[in-house]
Design a protein around this ligand. Sequence first.
Ligand code: ATP
Length: 240
Amino acid sequence: VAIEVVAETGSTNADLLARVATLPGPLLRVAERQTAGRGRAGRPWLSAPGASLTFSLAWRFKGPMRNLVGLPLAVGVALAETIVGLGVPVRLKWPNDLLRDGDKLAGILVEMQSAPDGAVWAVVGAGINLLMPDQLEQDIGRSVAAAPWLAQMERNLLLATLLSRLAAVLAEFDDTGFAPFCERWNALHAWHGREVSIVDAGRVLQQGRAAGVDAIGRLLLDTAAGRVEILSGDVSLRLA
Ligand code: ATP
């Protein structure tokens, strides 16, 4: 994997998406400072220099795109397992946030683009809070988590550790799809058995008990009317 580090950019995901058509192979782009970081549906991802890790990895998959529905969840498994292995207890919130003590420690944004030959380029972005300055938390407007323990690690070593696990997971996912990651995801599920709501633009669409994910990455929800599967569109999960 080629690696490039820049002092500042708007969004590493946006940068790589604009370039995937010309990339010869996988590329990791790391920004010391991101000024226009994005979450899903154009929501902002905020970070402060030195306080977070923000990076994106462009990776070419065999495709077709419909095989990649579970990719954001597999990325969550890769990052969460690595971070847990480094001594920070994190869990996964569907579809793809990393929580520590119930607050968001890291966010993942996967964006895709079809290539003319049927392959699919995915840009896998992650923002991980290492430290959380008060001002930043105020700007985000809710309490968030940080991992000062990781901030003490040599930064390049931390990135290399995350990258090598992530690359291994992406390569495996391309061969197998999400199925082999399902149990691993469920083992890290933050809200297993909890009563949750599926929310879209402030409206509660479904409510039920979270029962983990299935072999393609859908959230299983046990509702009063029975079990339903939620396919990640732009919906958010809240504790009910
Ligand atoms: P939600 O977290 O509301 O359920 P989501 O998981 O879909 O929604 P994303 O789109 O992945 O959220 O991330 C964007 C949201 O994350 C922002 O709306 C903001 O509330 C929150 N956020 C932004 N920056 C940070 C950060 N550094 N740490 C934690 N949370 C952040």
